[in-house]
Design a protein around this ligand. Structure first.
Ligand SMILES: Cc1cc2nc3c(=O)[nH]c(=O)nc-3n(C[C@H](O)[C@H](O)[C@H](O)COP(=O)(O)OP(=O)(O)OC[C@H]3O[C@@H](n4cnc5c(N)ncnc54)[C@H](O)[C@@H]3O)c2cc1C
Length: 527
């Protein structure tokens, strides 16, 4: 049984159904419903493509690139995302990129619009995926909140007894895809300590002017409005994600709890930063500006006998590097593996639990270092370069190397279980040791060298890094060595950097449709 019909719960439900499992997908609310967590990345797209290939899900293939999505799923709202932009603002001053563009960092994630990532309009995407799950035969229920029914004296380990709406059900395995709801605590997932404590003020807006490269700024590899834009401020940072219909998701992550009414607070933060105020001067909120305190959370355990948590139910630190969607999809692949033959045994569950713990620590180290460095872009360059080296290394590896026997999904996210674990630890330690002063800039170049296959920190780029395939071809020997290939093999595999337009596998037979529906009808007792 899966509690939570966000994109992760719905995709996993479809995958398990395709594996021949009986799946019940229960969603507390009703689609379409508002959700945050909109900015996708190349690693998320690779996970979507793998799921698409494995199960023959053409729609996931199409959601994995902007051009395909726009052409074939135009009814599902999205925004073009060409990369990440970061801007360091000073209170009371119009933004300026500074000498050698030292207050602006632009990192492209794709060579063109067609292959680009997307901002997901979550109300649309999640509704679409929930409906797809239903259309494929998953038993999907809305307005059905799930609660654990505690059994006094029960040592755990048997089926989990649940209240699902007005029914009582038993689940052989409960997958918590509720995204940080209290369900995890009642399953025994516990509470872990946190290092980041932030607040959030946010909404969707119409009429926000683009924050765009101005005259005199160094060149940009793409129009900066089509990015996940990060504005580093004294109070924290602001994200801006533009959708193709012109609307925008925007919010402030604050190093402290929001103190005023949300709308007032949003307006007063804008007032402190003239370039942001100018952007929002003619804007209108499309829903009331809202706030949250205690944005970050972390459970102690991601799995136990009879239950497991997807990443967003287990841990969330901060959206700074858009890690949530990719991590959730990676875990959905793993859980589909684990459940292939039924309820997973203790050993595989323990492995899943350990991997998620290592990944949550890994992400936390990166984000804590980023918060220590903000808003000073020179210091912020260290966590940013560590992230982009780690993420781009995985992307190149997953595109250009043959997958390991178990598939890519069992490799730690962003290298949490390889040498990058030490890199992130060192980043964290150094940023703490500097106590908010000085710059780890000299450290970061040599530190990321092993994973930096895309030419980060090249001074000729003036802090604006394109996806430059010609440059990478020129550096083929270095890139090949970094990946453990020879240059000739790398050149032969070069076309793999771009996914084909159409998914070319057939849906696996015998796992969908009537056969699975009959199996479900025969086995209602498991619910
Ligand atoms: C402010 C913020 C910004 C973010 N930005 C990004 C970003 O830019 N990029 C990125 O990759 N990630 C981002 N994330 C993370 C991202 O939101 C998550 O990774 C993503 O939403 C996980 O999807 P999900 O389907 O697992 O969970 P969710 O999207 O949280 O969905 C959970 C579903 O469970 C339902 N539910 C809750 N309780 C119950 C219950 N008891 N019973 C049944 N159903 C229940 C809810 O109604 C909801 O539909 C952000 C997160 C936050 C908080």
């Amino acid at each position: 049984m899966i509690a939570g019909g966000g994109f992760a719960g719905s995709i996993l439900a479809r995958a398990l159904h395709a594996e021949g499992r009986d799946v019940l997908l229960l969603e507390r609310g009703r689609h379409p419903r508002f959700a945050l967590g909109e900015s996708s990345t190349p690693l998320a797209n690779l996970a979507l493509e793998r799921l698409a290939v494995r199960y023959g899900f053409d729609d996931l293939w199409d959601l994995a690139a902007h051009g395909r999505w726009r052409r074939r799923l135009p009814e599902v709202g999205r925004g073009l995302k060409r990369g990440f932009c970061f801007y360091q603002h000073e209170p009371g001053e119009a933004f300026s990129p500074g000498p050698s563009s030292s207050r602006r960092l632009v990192v492209a994630a794709s060579p063109d619009d067609d292959a680009a990532d997307n901002q997901w309009l979550r109300a649309d995407v999640d509704r679409f995926l929930f409906e797809r799950a239903r259309a494929e035969g998953v038993d999907c229920r809305e307005e059905t909140p799930v609660e654990v029914i505690p059994v006094p004296g029960d040592p755990g380990g048997g089926p989990v007894r649940l209240r699902a709406g007005d029914r009582t059900v038993e689940a052989g395995l409960l997958i918590d895809a509720t995204g940080g709801s209290p369900l995890a605590a009642s399953l025994g997932a516990g509470e872990a300590s946190l290092r980041l404590r932030t607040g959030l003020v946010y909404s969707h807006f119409a009429g926000v002017a683009p924050f765009e490269r101005a005259e005199g700024w160094p060149d940009s590899p793409f129009p900066e409005r089509w990015s996940a834009s990060h504005h580093l401020l004294e109070e924290g940072w602001m994200y801006q994600l533009r959708f193709d219909d012109g609307s925008m998701s925007a919010g402030f992550l604050l190093t402290g709890d929001p103190v005023d009414e949300a709308g007032t607070m949003f307006a007063s933060l804008l007032d402190r930063y003239p370039s942001l105020a100018l952007q929002f001067a003619d804007s209108t909120p499309l829903r009331p500006v809202a706030s949250r305190s205690a944005v970050a959370y972390r459970r102690d355990r991601a799995a136990g006998r009879g239950w497991l948590l997807l990443p967003h139910s287990y841990a969330f630190a901060d959206p700074m590097f858009s890690t949530g969607i990719a991590w959730s999809l990676l875990a959905a692949e793993r859980v589909a593996d684990l459940c292939r033959k039924g309820v997973p045994a203790d050993g595989p569950l323990e492995r899943y639990r350990r991997l998620l713990a290592a990944e949550a620590d890994h992400i936390d180290r990166l984000l804590v270092a980023a918060y220590r460095a903000m808003p000073d872009m020179e210091r912020f360059a260290a966590p940013a370069m560590v992230y982009f080296a780690a993420a781009s290394f995985d992307e190149l590896r997953q595109r250009l190397l043959d997958p390991p026997t178990e598939g890519w999904c069992w490799q730690g996210f962003l290298g949490a279980d390889d040498g990058r674990c030490r890199l992130f630890q060192e980043l964290d330690e150094r940023s703490a040791a500097e106590g908010g002063n000085g710059s780890p800039a000299e450290w970061v170049g040599p530190a990321i060298e092993r994973w930096n296959l895309i030419g980060l920190l090249d001074p000729r780029r003036c802090n604006a890094y394109p996806v430059d395939l010609e440059d990478m071809e020129r550096r083929a020997a270095q890139v090949a060595a970094g990946l453990g290939l020879d240059a000739a093999t790398l050149r032969r595999r070069w076309p793999r950097l771009r996914s084909p337009d159409q998914l070319s596998v057939r849906r696996p037979s015998g796992r969908q449709g009537a056969g699975a529906a009959k199996r479900r009808a025969r086995a209602p007792a498991r619910r």
